[in-house]
Design a protein around this ligand. Structure first.
Ligand code: ADP
Length: 849
């Protein structure tokens, strides 16, 4: 790229280009040249590669070859949309006017970045695009997230180590971080979203505080729960600054925000979200997932709401209970009335944001008007009870003023304001007159003709129009000396004379400029209308959110009905009691293949806080564990659940350690990932957490693996005391149940038949007695000779084990159970009498063995 110092030597266009580029060095700059947007130099090379454009070279500027690539004006949005998906940002340099010297001026008209979109053509209809700002303060990160398309602004704070979880939850499209913050850059390196570094002063606390109090028009930020959360304030300040800059306006409609206390959400860390396949399968596909199963919403806003619910389940149950009641209601009373009116509604949330940003299109507004009319119907059919409907109904109340304003828009307006025909007739006398002049030449001319014939007594007098002469009154030569004095000659033909009168001249002036006057007038009126609509933006947002929630609840009801789900019950005690539980997605997939799904129960409480699950591979252990977690999650978002009965106490976090995955980019092997996930669980899980551990310790040598699994299990039981499902292949662990009454052995069984092994998928009490490892391997297409050899080796090992074979890995490790029991005894809290009873019991047991 040519240096700035050389600017004067360049052609005028390249000079304009370079000075705009200097303000946006990291964005692709599209420069309008007639019917094309052109990119130059390195931008041209980059865009040519990314968008598959032809790269050309046209002459030189200041001796430097000018590389160019361009896109037609009419297809710009398509190209922008592709670039945004790749995480790129763009700047549009638009032609404004010609100077006296004939040079066309250009100014930056738009800055398009992946996290600041409101344009319908660039937004994904089913997903929100979040701009996220991150600011570190010691060990805390301030996070602010903004969805420009819905005007939603929130902030939170989290420990540095939870950044990944937060990113996985928020899924930002673009992230802002302070410059020279190497550790944050490092942490974000492998994420694919767009990253923008801002100078550190954008995050400065005092500046941020001032900017936000001005933005929200308040004295301090207390009311938003931000007081003392300086990292969050800094992050939000920088975010708003950036958003204003890209939108080239003040964003006056953003007049408040939420601060999310960490405890507000049910904790779901990165690996849990991944493992439970909430919105994406482990392979990164969109289906089959929990979301794909639930999402039968009728509107895009409903789908986005549902996705948001799954990504941000709340810990408190009040809203969930409200939704349960609403679903219950719809089981008894039809939801069709609501559904019919929801179908085809405009995306009011996004239209509201575009009204605020002044980039709303005419058809958005006519769509909004028709949608609001339908909202009346929805509101009318909503009952007063249960409270869910009252809340939704309140939000759906429409101020009739907004409909009065929207009546300004024509019945079927043109797509673009520039085409005219956007403002309805009867709104503005001046506009109507312009249009009448433009459209009603015919009647005016006929009327005038009749009038002039009567005035002059010349019966063949004609009033006409042609392109060259404009309007005129034509009189045949024989009558031309009878015309009144106000007739001025315009042209003389062979047999006729053409005249103009002051009245006709006046009409001509008006008529000829009517079209452009009408367009100008429409533009003024449209702007006026947007100003009138602006105060309703917050109201429209509330209304749109309520509609989306109603849509999501109807979807949840339909899924519940179709799949025979039931309403869960929340209680205050710590318990998880689910009967007849199924895995929602596996069950649906099996049903599609005409296969049944085996229901199972789960009962966990402080007296039986852990189920130790054994059984063969493919026996259904992972499915069982996941279904329990999914049922808890579904309950918390207000859905019914795939079970016959479900009762659960408070849950603060769902932790999972499932499956093997490398995180090689971060330098972590499978085993390291496994251990660091397990460590995070042991550090953070509480009595109110649900913990799923699948095959812990498998990533290393058997002896180490078993030892680690045992130690982790004991820690979970003794220290965390979380409600846990612990699936393992280490049968040795099942013995621990003797010492820990809260540890319950269960297994998923299989039977060997003549055709091979059959999995029962039924959870039974007690440990499994056989692993069927070799039989399961047989299902994989393993050569028979390998299987036979494996069986022979197994028989040999078993025999040697019977003879006290030194090679058996566990003979040496097994200490007498009394040692375990002794070590787990809390002597500080044991009375002499309890100690004596304990001794008697053990003496008895030892005698028996
Ligand atoms: P494991 O974790 O024990 O290896 P999985 O949970 O992965 O086993 O289950 C293996 C397969 O068995 C699943 O893909 C599913 O198709 C089937 N399956 C699991 N649980 C059930 C069930 N309760 N009823 C019917 N099929 C099941």
């Amino acid at each position: 790229m040519p240096a700035e110092a050389d600017l004067s030597a360049h052609t005028p266009i390249i000079r304009q280009y370079l000075s705009a580029k200097a303000q946006h060095p990291d964005r692709l700059l599209f420069c309008r040249l007639g019917d094309f947007y052109e990119l130059f130099f390195e931008d041209a090379e980059k865009a040519a590669k990314l968008l598959d454009l032809t790269l050309t070279q046209r002459g030189f500027s200041a001796g430097i070859p000018v590389k160019m690539a361009g896109v037609p004006v009419s297809t710009l949005e398509n190209y922008l949309s592709r670039l945004l998906k790749m995480g790129e940002s763009a700047v549009i340099l638009e032609q404004t006017h010609a100077t006296q010297k004939g040079l066309i001026e250009r100014t930056i008209s738009r800055i398009v970045t992946p996290g600041t979109l409101s344009d319908a053509a660039l937004l994904d209809e089913l997903q929100n695009a979040y701009l996220l700002s991150i600011f570190p303060m010691g060990k805390i990160l301030g996070l602010a997230r903004f969805n420009l398309a819905s005007s939603e602004l929130s902030a939170e704070e989290c420990p540095v180590q939870e950044l990944e979880s937060a990113l996985f939850r928020i899924r930002p499209s673009e992230v802002l971080i302070p410059e020279e913050c190497a550790f944050l850059e490092g942490k974000l390196a492998q994420w694919r979203f767009a990253k923008k570094k801002l100078p550190a002063w954008h995050f400065e606390l005092e500046t941020a505080n001032r900017l936000l109090t001005e933005q929200f028009r308040v004295k301090d930020l207390k009311a938003f729960g931000l007081k003392g959360h300086n990292a969050a304030i800094s992050a939000t300040g920088a975010l708003i600054y950036y958003a204003r800059l890209t939108q080239k306006q003040e964003l006056a409609h953003i007049d408040g925000m939420n601060f999310d206390e960490e405890s507000a959400f049910l904790g779901l860390d990165f690996s849990t979200r991944r493992n439970l396949e909430l919105t994406e399968t482990l392979r990164g596909e969109k289906s089959p997932t929990l979301f794909s199963l639930l999402d039968c919403c009728l509107t895009n806003a409903g789908s986005r709401f549902l996705r948001q619910l799954l990504q941000h389940p709340k810990r408190k149950t009040q809203e969930a209970v409200e939704r349960h009641e609403a679903i219950d209601y719809f089981f008894n009373y039809p939801s069709e009335n609501c559904a019919q009116n929801l179908k085809g509604l405009s995306d009011i949330e996004r239209i509201a944001a575009r009204i605020a940003l002044k980039n709303v299109r005419p058809r958005d507004l006519s769509g909004l008007r028709e949608s609001l009319k339908r909202v009346f119907f929805i509101q009318n059919v909503l009952p007063e009870h249960p409270s869910f409907f009252k809340r939704i109904g309140e939000a759906l109340k429409i101020d009739s003023k907004i409909l009065e304003h929207l009546a300004w828009i024509a019945e079927e307006p043109a797509a673009f304001l520039r085409d005219g025909g956007v403002i309805a007739e009867g709104v503005d006398a001046e506009l109507d007159e312009c249009r009448a002049l433009n459209e009603n030449h015919g009647t005016f001319l006929l009327d005038l003709e009749k009038k002039e014939q009567a005035r002059t007594g010349i019966s063949n007098l004609k009033v006409e129009y042609n392109r060259v002469q404009g309007f005129y009154i034509e009189v045949s030569k024989s009558f031309s000396n009878q015309v009144p004095l106000d007739y001025q000659r315009r042209a003389t033909l062979k047999n006729a004379e053409r005249f103009i009168t002051p009245e006709l001249k006046n009409f001509e002036d008006k008529a000829l400029s009517a079209k452009s006057r009408a367009l100008t007038r429409e533009r003024v009126l449209y702007e006026e209308l947007l100003k009138k609509l602006f105060p309703f933006v917050a109201h429209l947002n509330r209304l749109a959110k309520a509609l989306a929630e109603l849509d999501a609840v109807i979807a949840l009801k339909n899924v519940a009905e179709k799949n025979q789900w039931t309403r869960p019950v929340f209680v205050d005690e710590i318990i998880l009691d689910i009967q007849g539980a199924r895995h929602p997605v596996v069950e649906a997939e099996r049903r599609r293949q005409n296969e049944s799904f085996m229901k199972n129960d789960v009962l966990l409480n402080p007296n039986r806080s852990m189920l130790l699950i054994t059984g063969p591979n493919m026996g259904g252990k992972s499915t069982y564990m996941r279904q329990v977690a999914l049922i808890v999650l579904l309950s918390k978002i207000g859905s019914f659940v795939p079970a016959q009965k479900a009762k659960m106490g408070p849950v603060d976090h769902i932790f999972t350690r499932i499956g093997a995955s490398d995180d090689l980019s971060a330098g972590h092997s499978t085993f390291m990932v496994e251990m660091s996930e397990a460590a995070a669980i042991l550090r953070n899980a509480t009595e109110r957490s649900l913990v799923l551990m699948d095959e812990i310790g498998r990533g290393t040598a058997t002896l180490d693996g078993l030892s680690l699994a045992k130690a982790i299990l004991k820690y979970l039981l003794e220290k965390n005391k979380s409600l846990s499902l612990f699936a393992t292949h280490y049968f040795e662990l099942t013995d621990l149940a003797q010492f820990y009454p809260a540890l319950i052995n269960v297994h998923l069984g299989a039977v060997k038949t003549e055709e091979g092994i059959v999995f029962l998928h039924q959870l039974k009490n007690g440990p499994a007695n056989k692993s069927y490892g070799i039989e399961v391997a047989g299902l994989s297409g393993m050569p028979q000779s390998v299987l036979n050899e494996a069986k022979r080796i197994a028989r040999e090992l078993e025999k040697k084990e019977g003879e006290g074979y030194e090679g058996n890995l566990f003979v040496h490790q097994e200490e007498h159970p009394i040692i375990e029991a002794l070590l787990s005894l809390n002597l500080n809290e044991t009375t002499p009498r309890a100690a004596l009873t304990w001794l008697f019991e053990w003496q008895e047991r030892v005698r028996k063995t």
